[in-house]
Design a protein around this ligand. Structure first.
Ligand code: FAD
Length: 496
């Protein structure tokens, strides 16, 4: 290799070998090119639908590595992606022909049990975080799949079983160290760079690279009441109405999510149920087991279930309960809506759509929100979907490329059929690579403020491989360069 050809914001450039070698020598972590051992592993992300080959991957081991890589990217105006856990469905952790700032080697978690806080580095997965926090009987709300990265999840908002009780992940963020587009390290809190702190609590990776998060923690478990109730699909419409009535009056401690799919071969289900459509009520009570028994009783009293496997269980264990259904390496295309109510019309539409599941791994997922999340105003942080009481996630998931069109078509058709009932906003962490046009609507009234903060911290849109907020021209002023539009990667194949 005597040079590297690499994409820039608006074309490509050629880096001499000495320039690349100088960057490599300045890093504690490895700088990978396509010829490096381990490159193919390092470029893989969770969603196998996204297949990209960066020109350089900087595997950062600390903030100093991130600073040096960002300064290099800025100097050469490189098209730059940032990778935390690599789970983002849109594939924004990687970029064809550009530079990836890979934070996955940054694995530190330091819990302060007296202060009930944790300092967490951006390569940490949810499972790694839960494990350390639970060693002290503590937790903060994070998502339901243990291999998801804490960094991307937090920056988009973040929610899980504890959110009705303790808010979004960002509601528990106390401070962050951020490497800005000019390669400076700043601290963001309610009192220091508070505009940046507001923006990173839901605005994604648009404003800089977070190299350390400080979270508030809460006593949780270690044992909680949690588990699944699995019903036959034949009762779906009536069951969902009863579900709605129970959860609408539920205490904040109780979260019950709905999954409609074909039953996986779970050991507690009779073999004749495997592969048939089912409605799963997945529940966790974030309080005492006795109180949880009382709160869950009305749902458990609904007759006709195939199985009820709710019981006292370790919180950290339940945090991995969905892992077998969400392993990396499958093809995935997801669509999302927020709903303020679960109306009869919406229930009936969801049931019709769930009868059309195109494959055994596809599912319709309803997250039960509200509670503490909805009690903060929508402009408390950049996350703008606080009115949602339910969030739909259409998980189209399959393995065979030949299924692409059928699965993508199904996801889009569920999205369109339920659009009339959708409320404002959308969760950016569940938006796909072809939804750049939806970003403004996703942030609603918060968008203009975000665009102005983007203009202050990243006026040239260095951090553009994401659900991109373009720097607002008004905030840039006449002397600043006009922002270049976001780069969109190829969209998935259109339906046949
Ligand atoms: C199986 C699965 C289950 C999920 N479950 C939930 C759930 O229960 N709750 C929930 O809220 N979300 C959930 N999500 C969505 C999840 O929050 C997003 O996919 C999120 O983007 C994952 O973060 P990551 O670090 O793994 O992703 P990455 O793909 O690495 O990054 C995501 C985005 O964040 C940016 N980014 C990452 N790290 C940094 C950083 N340190 N500084 C600046 N920018 C950064 C990236 O550039 C990219 O744009 C789930 C996703 C999957 C695939």
């Amino acid at each position: 290799m005597d040079h590297v050809t690499i994409r820039t914001a608006d074309g490509e450039t050629t880096l001499a070998r000495e320039q690349v070698d100088r960057l490599a020598a300045s890093l504690q972590g490895d700088l990978l090119t396509p010829a490096s051992p381990g490159f193919d592993d390092a470029r893989q992300i969770w969603n196998a639908m996204i297949e990209r080959r960066p020109a350089l991957i900087a595997r950062c081991r600390g903030t100093a590595d991130v600073v040096r890589t960002v300064r290099f990217a800025r100097e050469h105006r490189l098209l730059t992606a940032v990778r935390g856990g690599g789970h983002n469905i849109a594939g924004s952790a990687t970029v064809d022909g550009g530079l990836v700032v890979d934070l996955s080697p940054m694995k530190g978690v330091q819990v302060n049990p007296a202060a009930r806080t944790a300092r967490v580095e951006p390569g940490v997965t949810l499972g790694e975080f839960d494990r350390e926090a639970q060693a002290f009987g503590l937790a903060t709300p994070v998502g339901v799949n243990s291999t998801t990265g804490i960094a991307g999840l937090t920056l988009g908002g973040g929610y899980g079983w504890l959110s009705r009780k303790h808010g979004l992940t960002v509601d528990n963020l106390r401070a962050a160290d951020v490497v800005t587009a000019d390669g400076e390290v700043v601290t963001a809190t309610e009192h220091e760079n508070s505009d940046l702190f507001w923006a990173i609590r839901g605005g994604g990776g648009n404003f800089g690279i977070v190299t350390s998060f400080e979270f508030a923690l809460h006593p949780v478990g270690p044992e909680v009441l949690a588990g699944l109730i699995v019903h036959p699909f034949a009762n779906a419409a009536e069951l969902l109405r009863r579900y709605r009535d129970v959860v609408t009056a539920a205490p904040d401690e109780l979260a019950v999510w709905v999954v409609m799919r074909k039953a996986p071969p779970l050991p507690f289900l009779p073999p004749e149920v495997h592969g048939t459509e089912v409605v799963v009520l997945a529940a966790l009570y974030a309080g005492s087991v006795a109180d949880g028994e009382r709160a869950l009783a009305p749902l458990r009293a609904i007759m006709g279930a195939h199985a009820d496997v709710i019981g006292p269980t370790p919180y950290a264990g339940f945090q991995t309960a969905f892992d077998p259904l969400l392993t990396p390496g499958a093809r995935n295309y997801w669509k999302t809506h927020n709903f303020e109510t679960l109306s009869d019309t919406l229930i009936d539409t969801l049931v019709v759509q769930a009868r059309r599941l195109p494959g055994p791994m596809c599912e319709l997922f309803l997250t039960h929100m509200g509670g503490a999340v909805s009690r903060r105003p929508n402009d408390a942080t950049a996350y703008a979907g606080r009115g949602a009481q339910f969030i739909m996630n259409v998980h189209a998931r399959w393995e065979d490329v030949a299924q692409d069109a059928a699965c993508v078509t199904w996801a889009r058709s569920v999205f369109e059929a339920t659009a009339p009932q959708a409320g404002p906003g959308a969760y950016v962490n569940f938006m796909t690579q072809d939804e750049a046009g939806r970003v403004r609507a996703a942030y609603g009234d918060n968008y203009a403020r975000l665009a102005a903060i983007k203009a202050k911290y990243d006026p040239t849109n260095l951090f553009r491989v994401n659900q991109n907020i373009t720097p607002s021209a008004a905030a840039l002023g006449p002397e600043m360069p006009a922002p270049r539009p976001a780069v969109r990667e190829p969209t998935p194949p259109p339906p046949a």
